[in-house]
Design a protein around this ligand. Sequence first.
Ligand SMILES: NC(=O)c1ccc[n+]([C@@H]2O[C@H](COP(=O)([O-])OP(=O)(O)OC[C@H]3O[C@@H](n4cnc5c(N)ncnc54)[C@H](OP(=O)(O)O)[C@@H]3O)[C@@H](O)[C@H]2O)c1
Length: 295
Amino acid sequence: MDTQPSGTIAVFGGTGKQGGAVIDALLSRGAQVRALVRNPGSDRAQALAARGVELARVEIGDAASLSAALEGVDAFFFMTTPESTSAADIAAETPQGVALADAAVAAAVPHVVYSSVGGAERDSGVPHFETKRRVEEHLEKSGLRVTVVRPVAFMDNFAGMGPSVENGEVVLRWPLPDGVPLQLIAVRDIGQISAAFLLETAKAAGGTIEIAGDELTGSQIAAAFGAHAGLPARYEALPLQVLGDDEDAQAMFRWFAETPAYQADFEAAKTIEPSVWDLPTWIRSSGWTVPAANR
Ligand SMILES: NC(=O)c1ccc[n+]([C@@H]2O[C@H](COP(=O)([O-])OP(=O)(O)OC[C@H]3O[C@@H](n4cnc5c(N)ncnc54)[C@H](OP(=O)(O)O)[C@@H]3O)[C@@H](O)[C@H]2O)c1
């Protein structure tokens, strides 16, 4: 039988996608949640407060604010993120994670769940993967009990980088050769799986786990959107040059094309979250529709 949540779970990034999904999953399981936020007055923070989430104001550069916010919690979820695609902001991801890990040590947090990225440990050379690996290494040396969740590409990226509809046809254009399978995860499932670890209900080993819910080529992704829209679909592979001077994104898409890139443990993800979403489920659930002008 699953154990009931006993105390408070702290979440960093709760006003964003991953942390927000973790909070959704925790609240749905009846847990008490404390969100570490930099701006408690923001609409997103206030929306969390309205759902019963305790808000703790933190500054990444203020270690005391971080450790005070973690006082007495049973477990702590955090992710890290660059503020922009500049090299300096990408590099700043590591000290952000180190500060959060150090605060967990200072507050003697019993269990930390860190959301990193699939392949972080495999020398991808992708700058924003390497920064996350440095955070993982810091956690490994911290003495904390740590679970590292490594999500693959988010299905939710299709909300912004999804297909267009042109002349009654769904068209997806990505800088990835067709025929290369890309592993995908719904952010919702990062939340579900992380919550299971945070609440100690995951029927899986923990430690480190790369998670995905689907694996599809460009044409298959386009076809999934086409099937949902009831329209024919086509995939067009773009050259890496469309990414301009974004060397980080170029390195990532180059890595995606050098299979095997992501190497998720699909079975373990399904064991922890039996209803883990495939792409058609994400498309249905995300409310993706053909833009009105193209209907
Ligand atoms: N997209 C993908 O396919 C993919 C796949 C694997 C991994 N990832 C990784 O996922 C990460 C992004 O996660 P996400 O999508 O959940 O990000 P997000 O939606 O942009 O949310 C970022 C969260 O972090 C908070 N935050 C950032 N800096 C902060 C600071 N200095 N102090 C306090 N709070 C701070 C933000 O708070 P505010 O609301 O105050 O801004 C927000 O809650 C990136 O590192 C990316 O590499 C992405």
